[in-house]
Design a binder for this molecule. Structure first.
Ligand SMILES: C[S@@+](CC[C@H](N)C(=O)[O-])C[C@H]1O[C@@H](n2cnc3c(N)ncnc32)[C@H](O)[C@@H]1O
Length: 222
């Protein structure tokens, strides 16, 4: 089995198929997306109107948001035309009228400032070449009072933690997870980047299992 580099968009229909298979084998929707969505929604007082999933890949996280909050408009954005095509085909006949997929770069988000109440991202930070630019863009498109939750694997995970989380995974997925961890940022590297951002006082980072989560909440009192 060959693994390509993680940087940049995930191009190629066969790679997309393999990615989706692995995502389903790992039961990512139930194990990861549902708890993430429930936690995000429990933290917010008002109902979000617009939600952005950055680096949406096959669009499953975006689709779960759209299903859960039918009054919100949800956008899944990805730099890979193959992923966007897959995501669009996947939601055909699913009557999710509040969900759209857009081809675009997380480092130059094609939406106006303040447009989204929630920005999420899962597994994409290690893929972008300029994390500072991406974080700046996330902050720009957040509405006042809006929050971003950006989750990715972390390189500073211990062997014990890695074995614990990947126990029961298919061997291919253990190898994929190992490579993902090895290509990712350390939590202290991301913290150092966040500390350079002008919105550093509105950002925090925490660690859970194989991942870190950056949370950015744009102050409503600006
Ligand atoms: C590891 S996949 C994660 C997909 C999905 N979020 C998930 O949870 O399974 C990373 C995705 O980010 C996309 N990507 C990479 N660089 C990007 C960029 N600069 N802007 C937007 N998407 C990007 C890739 O095409 C790929 O679909």
């Amino acid at each position: 089995m060959k693994f390509k580099d993680f940087k940049g968009p995930l191009i190629g229909k066969d790679r997309v198929e393999r990615y989706v298979k692995s995502l389903r084998r790992k039961d990512k929707i139930k194990r990861i997306y549902h708890p993430l969505i429930d936690r995000i929604l429990s933290e917010r007082i008002q109902s979000p109107r617009r939600i952005l999933d950055l680096g949406t890949g096959p669009g499953f996280l975006a689709a779960e948001f759209a299903r859960k909050i039918s009054r919100a408009s949800v956008v899944g954005l990805d730099l890979s035309p193959d992923m966007i095509e897959y995501a669009k085909t996947f939601i055909e006949n699913k009557s999710l009228k509040n969900l759209d997929f857009v081809l675009g770069d997380a480092q130059e988000i094609p939406f106006e400032a303040g447009y989204f109440d929630i920005v999420v991202s899962h597994g994409m930070i290690k893929c972008v070449s300029n994390v500072r630019k991406m974080l700046g863009e996330v902050y720009r498109v957040l509405s006042e009072g809006g929050c971003a939750y950006l989750v990715d694997s972390r390189r500073d995970v211990s062997l014990e933690e890695f074995d614990e989380v990947t126990r029961g995974f298919h061997p291919i997925d253990v190898e994929k997870s190992r490579r993902s961890v090895n290509k990712s940022y350390r939590t202290d590297e991301i913290k150092a980047i966040l500390d350079e951002m002008v919105f550093k006082d509105e950002a925090s980072i925490k660690v859970k299992g194989l991942t870190f989560e950056i949370k950015i909440c744009k102050s409503a009192l600006r």
